[in-house]
Ligand binder design. Structure first.
Ligand code: BGC
Length: 516
C-alpha cells in the first residue's frame, strides 16, 4: 500500500550508530546554512527593486512609461515586460549552468571549496550591481550572483545532510531553508526602507547583497570538510577523527564503516553523470528531477518575486504593497520553524501531504476572490484585499513547512555517495530552470490568465500531492549511507532497485546490508 511506505530507520544497521548532536555540528551547520541567505536575499530584493520607479527609469524606461499609461481593465498587465523579467531571470540561468561546475568541484575537492567560491562570486556580483551604470553591468552582476547561488545551493544542502546525525538530519538541513526565508524577509524590509531613498535607493538594496555573501565566505573559511567527503577523497584518518568530533564519541565504528564502504563504491565510479542513469539509481534520479519541478509549480515564486508587484496589481498602494510583502515574508520564516521541529519526528510525508491540502484550498480561495471581486471596472475593496493577504499567508505558511524546506532536504539525502553530488546539481538545475520559467512567464500569465493563474497552480499542487502519496518513501531517521534500503522496501521502487548491493557484495562481504 502506497501510504505504508514509511519506515523508521530503513533497515541496515542504523541502530549501531552512536553519537549525539554536538555543539560543534550545530555551529558548523549554522555557518554553512548561511549560504541560503544569499539565495533568499536575491529572491526578496529583485521583486522590490523592479517595482521601484527610479530603477525602472534608469534601466527599463519603457516599463515605467507603459505602467503610467494603463487603463483599469489592463490592471493585471501593468508590469508585463520581457526585458524586466530577463533581469530577474538571468540569475537562474547562470545558476543552472554553474551547478554542474559545482558538482565537479564538490566531488573532487570537497563541499567547502564550493561554498567559498559561491560566496566570493556573489560578493563580486553584488558590487557590480550596486555600481551599475548600464544594463550590461547589471546583467553581468546578476550572472555572477547566479554562479554564487549555483555553487551555494549545490554544496550547502549536501554539506548539512552529511554533517548531521541521521536523527536530526531534517532539522539541521532545514536551517538552509530557514536562512533562505530570513534572506527574503530582510531583503523585503530593506526594500521598504530604500524605496524612500530617491533616486538611488535601489543601489543600496542591490549592494547590501554583499553582506550575506561576506558572511558565507568568511564563515566558510572556518568550516571543516564533511567526513563523507574526506573519506571519499582518501583521508581516512582525518575523516574518522572528524566523525568522532562531530558525533562526540569514539564509538563511531558502524558509521565509519558505512562511510568507507560508500567511498569505495564512490571511487569505483568514474563518471557520476553516466552512473546516475543506471537502473539502480532510477528512483533517486526521478525524484531529483520531479521534486524541484514540483516545488516551483506550487507557484511560490509568483508570490515571492512579485509580491510587491502582485499586491500593486491587485490594487494596493506602493507602500502598502511592500508592507504586505514583508508580512508574507515573516510568515514564511516562522512557518519554516514548524518543519524544523517536526520533520524528524513526524517525517517528511506527513508535512508534504498536509501542506498539499492547505495550499490547494488557499489557492482556490484566492482565485475565487480575485475572479469575483477584482478586475475590469471592479476595485478590490479593503476588506477583500485584507482577506487576500490573509489567505496568501495561509498558503505561504504551508509551503514553508513542506515544499520549501523538503524541496532541498529530500534530494540531498536520497542519493548514494557516488552520485550525491551529481544528483544535487541536477536538482539545483531543474529548480533554477523552473524558477526561471515561472519568473519569465508569471507576469505574462497573470496578464492573460488573470485570477486563473491561482487555479492553475492549485491543479499542480493536487498532482504533486498524489505523487508524494504514492511514490515518495519516508526518509526520516535513515542514515544517509544506508538510504538504499528505503527503495528496496518501497512497494513500487523495489521492482526497480536490485535487492543486493552488488558493489558491496563483491568488495566487503562482511558488511552487506540486509533488506527487511
Ligand atoms: C525555493 C525558492 C523560494 C523559497 C521561498 C525555496 O525553497 O527554492 O524558489 O522562493 O523557497 O521561501
Amino acid at each position: 500500500m502506497a501510504g505504508s511506505a514509511s519506515f523508521s530507520v530503513g533497515g541496515g544497521r542504523a541502530d549501531l550508530y552512536e553519537g549525539r548532536m554536538t555543539l560543534f555540528v550545530v555551529l558548523a551547520c549554522i555557518v554553512a546554512a548561511s549560504g541560503g541567505l544569499i539565495f533568499g536575499y536575491d529572491i526578496g530584493i529583485s521583486g522590490g527593486v523592479t517595482s521601484m520607479d527610479d530603477f525602472l527609469e534608469n534601466f527599463f524606461p519603457t516599463v515605467e512609461h507603459h505602467k503610467n499609461q494603463l487603463t483599469r481593465n489592463q490592471d493585471y498587465c501593468k508590469y508585463n515586460n520581457q526585458a524586466l523579467t530577463t533581469f530577474t531571470s538571468s540569475l537562474y540561468i547562470s545558476a543552472l549552468i554553474a551547478s554542474f561546475g559545482a558538482s565537479f568541484v564538490t566531488r573532487r575537492y570537497g563541499r567547502r571549496p564550493s561554498i567559498l567560491f559561491g560566496g566570493l562570486s556573489f560578493l563580486v556580483g553584488a558590487a557590480l550591481n550596486a555600481a551599475a551604470v548600464n544594463l550590461s553591468m547589471l546583467i553581468l552582476g546578476r550572472i555572477l550572483l547566479g554562479v554564487g547561488v549555483g555553487f551555494g545551493n549545490q554544496a550547502v544542502p549536501l554539506y548539512l545532510s552529511e554533517m548531521a546525525p541521521a536523527k536530526f538530519r531534517g532539522a539541521l538541513n532545514i536551517m538552509f531553508q530557514l536562512a533562505i526565508t530570513i534572506g527574503i524577509v530582510v531583503a523585503n524590509m530593506i526594500n521598504y526602507g530604500t524605496a524612500t531613498v530617491r533616486p538611488w535607493g535601489w543601489r543600496i538594496s542591490l549592494g547590501l547583497a554583499g553582506v550575506p555573501a561576506l558572511l558565507m565566505f568568511v564563515g566558510g573559511l572556518f568550516l571543516p570538510e564533511t567526513p563523507n567527503s574526506l573519506i571519499e577523497r582518501g583521508n581516512l584518518d582525518k575523516g574518522r577523527a572528524l566523525l568522532e568530533k562531530i558525533r562526540g564519541t569514539k564509538t563511531v565504528d558502524a558509521e565509519f564503516e558505512d562511510l568507507v564502504q560508500a567511498s569505495e563504491k564512490a571511487n569505483a565510479v568514474k563518471y557520476p553523470f553516466r552512473n546516475i542513469l543506471e537502473k539502480r539509481n532510477r528512483p533517486q534520479l526521478i525524484l531529483a528531477i520531479l521534486i524541484p519541478f514540483f516545488q516551483q509549480l506550487t507557484g511560490i515564486n509568483a508570490i515571492m518575486f512579485y509580491a510587491p508587484v502582485l499586491f500593486k496589481s491587485i490594487g494596493f498602494g506602493g507602500n502598502a504593497s511592500l508592507y504586505s510583502a514583508v508580512i508574507t515574508g515573516a510568515v514564511n520564516v516562522v512557518a519554516t520553524l514548524v518543519s524544523i521541529f517536526t520533520v524528524d519526528k513526524w517525517g517528511r510525508r506527513i508535512l508534504f501531504l498536509e501542506a498539499g491540502v492547505q495550499m490547494f484550498l488557499s489557492q482556490v480561495v484566492i482565485g475565487i476572490i480575485l475572479g469575483e471581486k477584482f478586475g475590469g471596472a471592479k476595485e478590490l475593496s479593503k476588506g477583500f484585499a485584507v482577506l487576500v493577504v490573509i489567505v496568501i499567508c495561509i498558503y505561504v505558511s504551508s509551503f514553508a513547512w513542506s515544499w520549501g524546506p523538503l524541496g532541498w532536504l529530500v534530494p540531498s539525502e536520497i542519493f548514494p555517495l557516488e552520485t550525491r553530488s551529481a544528483g544535487q546539481s541536477i536538482t539545483v538545475s531543474v529548480n533554477m530552470l523552473f524558477t526561471f520559467v515561472i519568473a519569465q512567464s508569471f507576469l505574462a500569465m497573470l496578464c492573460h490568465f488573470q485570477y486563473g493563474i491561482f487555479l492553475f497552480f492549485a491543479a499542480w499542487v493536487a498532482v504533486m500531492s498524489l505523487f508524494v502519496y504514492f511514490f515518495l518513501p519516508e526518509t526520516k531517521n535513515v542514515p544517509i549511507e544506508e538510504m538504499i534500503n528505503v527503495w528496496r522496501q518501497h512497494w513500487f521502487w523495489k521492482q526497480i532497485v536490485p535487492a543486493v548491493d552488488t558493489y558491496a557484495a563483491v568488495q566487503r562481504p562482511s558488511v552487506v546490508v540486509h533488506s527487511q
